[in-house]
Design a protein around this ligand. Structure first.
Ligand SMILES: O=C(CO)COP(=O)(O)O
Length: 151
């Protein structure tokens, strides 16, 4: 795979997702970082987004619920260059009916080289990184190069 470098925007487009057992942790994290989060554009899967909006007053775009395709919608946005960071508190103790979608979302986040936080510690580090303060360079797959490599 060949890569090219793009500039991530200073106002990040952040996707917030949590499985049911992890939703209280994500809501608490959003409350703690409310001021910083309010400076960015927020997206979430359906139920997660509804709860975060209600509990924190943060404005966000809620997509479909995860099991109904919300993970795939976030994955599509990542592929289109519309998401800069993913906070995904997935449940390490429960299998999900939509496990393939969860895996696909994590895979596509790796493909497009966006920062991913799967627990509070990594999310804290990500949000307090100096890279949050401005735009930063990020490598993404070079689509032209990829097609060339396959032909
Ligand atoms: O299932 C999810 C992520 O895999 C999250 O979906 P909800 O936010 O709708 O609960």
């Amino acid at each position: 795979m060949q890569y090219k470098t793009i500039l991530s925007p200073a106002r990040k487009r952040i996707a917030l997702v949590a499985h049911d057992n992890r939703k209280p942790t994500l809501i608490g994290w959003c409350q703690r970082h409310r001021e910083v989060l309010a400076q960015h554009e927020l997206f979430a899967t359906g139920t997660t987004g509804g709860l975060i909006g209600r509990e924190t007053g943060l404005e966000l775009s809620a997509l479909l619920s995860g099991p109904l395709g919300g993970d795939q919608q976030i994955g599509a946005k990542i592929s289109e260059g519309g998401i800069d960071m993913l906070v995904f508190f997935w449940d390490p103790f429960e299998p999900m009916p939509h496990d393939p979608d969860v895996k696909a979302l994590l895979r596509i986040a790796a493909v497009w080289n966006i920062p991913v936080a799967c627990n509070r510690a990594s999310a804290d580090m990500m949000l307090t990184s100096p890279l949050m303060a401005g735009s930063y360079e990020r490598d993404i797959p070079d689509y032209e190069g990829y097609l060339g490599a396959r032909s």
